[in-house]
Design a protein around this ligand. Structure first.
Ligand code: HPA
Length: 265
């Protein structure tokens, strides 16, 4: 049996066998949102091969259960490329999600904004992305399935539903392009100017590999950023991981309302 099939069996044994309607991945400072789920929490330590997200502000648990009448599988933390040098660090968790019979994936992250109309505390719905980190989680994949089309990688239907949910909650949810930098150092002001020229609206260190892997696995994907700061050089604030964690709750409250409404409707 493949490792993802074994892990899916372990999860079914503990959480029941109904397939999740949605998989959710929680970003920096958003890990506590896993507590919204009525169900069971499975520590990543019990899930052999899940790379432990060692970044504070993440909760290394998979929550499986009910949220707003839907069945969800929520990853309280993600493994990042910059932790291991492996762009495919999230491959096994997403394979397990697919193995559980889930076919929709919503990703969240903390990001820096390149737009004055998206100050810290704002949300941004990803309309598209730029894989600026220069690597790809499917490098080494030996099958023809590696040639994944990335047009509409950010699912138009899910995005429309997220925009409707945000409107119903009175939460602004502008769309924009997310540019993936490897991290873990933050960007330089020159890199932020470059990202702007390239057409980015926000920058961050995650999510893009998971979108690529998600599409590879046949999942419909969408992602929402919580803006925690302006990109380097765009404001006087000092960018740091502590700052990210301190600012994430500002947007997290709105994100939670949008996600709840999205699931409910
Ligand atoms: N850059 C990259 N990643 C981030 C940022 C940023 O400014 N803010 C939160 N995550």
């Amino acid at each position: 049996m493949s490792r993802s099939a074994e892990l899916a069996r372990l999860i079914r044994d503990r959480a029941g066998s109904a397939p999740p309607d949605y998989g959710l991945v929680l970003g920096s400072g958003l890990g506590h949102l896993g507590g919204m789920v009525q169900g069971v929490g499975i520590p990543y330590a019990d899930l052999d091969g899940f790379l432990h997200a060692g970044v504070s502000g993440h909760v290394p648990q998979l929550y499986v259960g009910a949220l707003e009448g839907r069945r969800v599988a929520v990853f309280g933390g993600r493994a990042h490329y910059y932790e291991s040098g492996r762009a495919d660090a999230m491959r096994l968790p997403l394979e397990v999600l697919a193995e559980l019979g889930c076919d929709r994936l919503i990703l969240t992250n903390a990001a820096g904004s390149l737009r004055d109309d998206m100050p810290p505390g704002s949300l941004m719905l990803l309309s598209d992305h730029i894989a600026f980190a220069g690597t790809n989680p499917l490098i080494g994949e030996a099958t023809e399935a590696r040639f994944v089309p990335m047009t509409d990688a950010h699912d138009p239907g899910i995005r429309a539903d997220l925009r409707d949910a945000a409107a119903a909650e009175g939460v602004a949810l502008p769309e924009g392009v997310y540019c993936w930098f490897s991290g873990p150092s933050f960007e330089t002001p020159a890199e932020i100017r470059a990202a702007r020229v390239l057409g980015a609206d926000a920058v961050g260190m995650s999510t893009v590999p998971e979108i690529i892997l998600g599409r590879f696995l046949g999942l419909r994907c969408a992602a929402v950023s919580v803006i925690t700061n302006m990109g380097a050089g765009l404001s006087a604030e000092r960018i740091s991981h502590d700052h990210t964690k301190a600012m994430a709750p500002l947007g997290a409250e709105k994100l939670e309302r949008v996600l709840r409404r999205f699931l409910r409707d």
